[in-house]
Design a protein around this ligand. Structure first.
Ligand SMILES: Nc1ncnc2c1ncn2[C@@H]1O[C@H](COP(=O)(O)OP(=O)(O)O)[C@@H](O)[C@H]1O
Ligand SMILES: O=P([O-])([O-])O[C@@H]1[C@@H](O)[C@H](O)[C@@H](O)[C@H](O)[C@@H]1O
Length: 397
């Protein structure tokens, strides 16, 4: 389908509804509010729980790391958003949570629950992962409590990210996010995961059709829905794109955007993949940062691809080289005249802009810094490749 000359869409919350709600909340004495458009400070809301990830290969544990989309997402948003953007994270863990002092949870502490921390076993196959075949099989071993609407802060946000991993973002919680946030971005994995019998070894993660879930009716009030190519058939791209902009990530091939009336392919960045975990999460956060910087959706997806590639080059939640981050921010400052125009305005634009190719080229240079940093920090193996999840035996948190 050829891109339409101009495309824009309404934001998640209809302005009238926001005004009415703000007025109602002001009457009730709720703190915050004050309208969203024209905010000096742009605050985001991330909803989804941190978790424990156990990485297995050939029946052997090769690593244990902090996981959960909220950890990857807040890591990228904290690193890549414009200076005036801040973040609130709503996440739940148990008393067994092992990563309270890791960077993301230390900056955005989770709520402690009586139930254990959500935990996944990710079983990596011995075959070389292709761009489209599932590269890991997930089992949910423990599930922490769901996140309820009442767990969300009672104030307005410029944007929200619904990024559950174990079904913790309930339909009513997503609905509350839509009411609180000017624009909501959703990871399909928060909506379409089901868990087979939680017998010994945990429940295998499978997918259900989005249309058959209570989330489907909320799609017209969602701004962006991101799905991996494995999840896309369950989302039903052709139906969903009429309700919101759908982004399908395609691993090392980059991603595609589908909106009502157009679509675009966005090229990837080079990466030396050692662990694919968190690529989709980091993509979504990079994409949201791009919107915060004022990029069109197709241009913002470049930043998504950039951080997706950065995520696969490290095990667990990545640490970014400050030099690389500084380079990225300089590129964005140069490319964009007015940060936050899109997420904070009345409509999104989707089209590839005239700066797209130049932005890709500049970010490619910054991506090379990630590859160089990776290569400098990792012991080379016999075939010249760097250490990957194949070789890892014990991983730092
Ligand atoms: N091997 C890779 N090389 C470069 N970029 C990658 C690679 N794997 C993933 N990415 C980036 O991360 C994004 C998300 O990865 P993907 O594997 O599609 O998601 P998920 O982690 O949800 O399965 C991709 O769209 C791409 O931008
Ligand atoms: O790899 P990705 O699809 O972006 O996201 C992953 C989830 O699918 C997984 O359930 C969780 O345990 C990981 O920590 C990570 O959040």
């Amino acid at each position: 389908m050829a891109p339409s000359p101009a495309a824009a869409m309404p934001l998640a919350a209809e302005p009238d509804e926001v005004v009415v709600e703000v007025e109602e909340e002001e009457e009730r004495g709720v703190k915050g509010g004050g309208g969203v458009a024209g905010l000096d400070e742009v605050e985001g809301l991330v909803v989804g729980s941190y978790c424990h990830d156990v990485l297995l290969r050939g029946g052997r544990v090769v690593g244990e790391t902090l996981g959960g989309a909220a950890a990857f997402v807040s890591n990228v948003l904290d690193a890549a958003s414009p200076a005036r953007a801040s973040l609130a994270v709503v996440s739940k863990v148990g008393h067994d949570f092992a990563y309270a002092t890791a960077a993301a949870p230390a900056r955005h502490p989770p709520v402690l629950c009586a139930s254990p921390t959500t935990s996944f076993h990710a079983r990596f196959s011995d075959d070389a992962a292709s761009a489209h075949a599932p590269d890991r099989q997930l089992r949910r071993v423990h599930a922490c409590d769901p996140i309820y609407p009442a767990d969300l802060p009672d104030r307005r946000f410029a944007y929200g990210l619904a990024v559950g991993v174990a079904g913790e973002v309930l339909p009513e919680t997503l609905e509350r996010m839509i009411r609180l946030c000017r624009a909501v971005l959703v990871d399909a994995q928060a909506l379409i995961r089901a868990f087979d019998g939680e017998a010994k070894g945990g429940g295998a993660v499978r997918h259900v059709a989005l249309e058959a879930t209570p989330y489907a009716r909320l799609l017209p009030r969602v701004a962006f829905l991101k799905a991996s190519s494995e999840e896309a058939p369950y989302v039903g791209v052709e139906t969903a794109r009429r309700r919101c902009c759908v982004i399908v990530t395609e691993g090392r091939d980059g991603c595609r955007l589908y909106w009502d009336g157009g679509e675009a392919r966005v090229a990837p960045f080079p990466a030396v993949q050692v662990d694919p975990t968190g690529a989709g999460d980091s993509f979504l956060a990079g994409f949201a940062s791009g919107l915060l910087w004022g990029l069109s959706a197709t241009d913002a997806a470049l930043l998504g691809n950039f951080f997706g590639a950065a995520a696969v080059s490290q095990v667990g939640v990545p640490t970014f080289d400050p030099k690389m981050l500084q380079a990225v921010k300089q590129i964005l400052e140069k490319a964009v005249k007015r940060p936050c125009t899109h997420i904070n305005g009345n409509t999104f634009t989707f089209q590839r802009s005239s700066i797209h190719d130049e932005l890709h080229k500049s970010l490619q240079e910054a991506a090379m810094l990630v590859c160089e940093q990776k290569q400098a920090n990792s012991p080379a193996t016999d075939n010249g490749d760097v250490c990957s999840i194949n070789e890892l035996t014990s991983l730092p948190s």
